[in-house]
Design a protein around this ligand. Structure first.
Ligand code: SF4
Length: 294
């Protein structure tokens, strides 16, 4: 087993003190250690944002993708290297904004990828603009009159596209979060763990204390994870509002839904049943083609 700290790179994180990214990184390293994968058995892809700087802070195989585009290269990896476990880390502004199309199509495609979304409901790296998940009417530097749109509902969207594993975590509970990550890793197919991860610098409303007063664990409430209709209904009714009190809005964390034994996208592609590097037959003799071309 690899110890959690062995997944750290020599570089020190540059995140603001108190940022939820620290706890998420701790939970992820613990989950990777406990699931027992060797470093050559998985790869990670990061989008752009404060979370994406994590690409520098892990000693693992992977790549830092373009803004909102972590899922396409991750899908390529999953298809060409079905022997690998592929993990995507993306942000709310990144994956639910410019990358929303990739998110929806990946969910319905069901590649074997775990998606961890750092949902701090703000653009942190670019200094506090409203993101797709910022609460309705919240004032930010880009919305002085308050956000006029309703926020994107990642859990509801993923369920509507029949994602086969859909969960929500909270960065203030590392042990619970690590457990969710391990369940997502063990799932075969598209697995989303959307994580409320407070941005202490730019989101002064949705703080750790704010969430701590409102979250409850689904597994402590007789929740049945195989009921898609119930999960979809819960994703809508537990969608929090800007002004809701702890009594008015209770926010579930845990596994909303998991479907068993659904074929992955890779399963339907006979050409990718074997990793590309194993299918290579060695250098081809192209001299006849070269001669024919004169
Ligand atoms: Fe974290 Fe926000 Fe600082 Fe970014 S700006 S590192 S999300 S606290």
């Amino acid at each position: 087993m690899i110890a959690p700290d062995e997944f750290k790179s020599p570089l020190k994180p540059t995140w603001c003190p108190g940022c939820g990214n620290f706890n998420m990184a701790e939970a992820l390293r613990r989950a990777l250690s406990e699931i027992g994968w060797e470093k050559h058995e998985f790869a990670m892809v990061w989008g752009i944002g404060c979370h994406g700087n994590g690409a520098d802070f892990y000693d693992v195989a992977g790549m830092h993708a373009l803004h909102g585009r972590a899922l396409p290269p991750a899908t390529g990896l999953a298809l060409t290297r079905p022997d690998l476990h592929v993990i995507v880390e993306m942000g709310d502004g990144d994956g639910y904004g410019i990358g929303l199309g990739h998110f929806v199509h990946s969910a319905r495609r069901n590649p074997n990828i775990t998606v961890i979304a750092h949902n701090n409901q703000i653009y942190g790296l670019t200094t506090g603009q409203a993101s797709p998940t910022t609460d309705h009417l919240m004032r930010t530097v880009s919305t002085p009159d308050g956000v006029l749109e309703q926020p994107v509902n990642p859990i509801g969207l993923a369920l509507a596209e029949r994602a086969t594993f859909v969960a929500r975590g909270f960065s203030g509970d590392i042990e619970h979060l690590a457990g969710l990550f391990k369940q997502a890793f063990a799932h075969r197919g598209f697995a989303l763990v959307d994580v409320f991860q407070p941005c202490v610098t730019w989101n002064k409303l949705n703080t750790s204390a704010w969430f701590r007063e409102r979250v409850y664990k689904l597994e402590e409430s007789d929740w049945e994870t195989s009921n898609l209709d119930a999960a979809l209904a819960l994703s809508m009714t537990s969608f929090h509002e800007l002004t809701c009190t702890p009594e008015q809005c209770r926010i579930p964390i845990g596994v909303f839904y998991q479907a068993a034994d659904v074929p992955t996208y890779e399963d339907g592609l006979t050409a990718t049943q074997t990793p590309g590097w194993k299918r290579a037959e060695g250098p081809r003799d192209v001299s006849a083609i070269v001669s024919a071309l004169g």
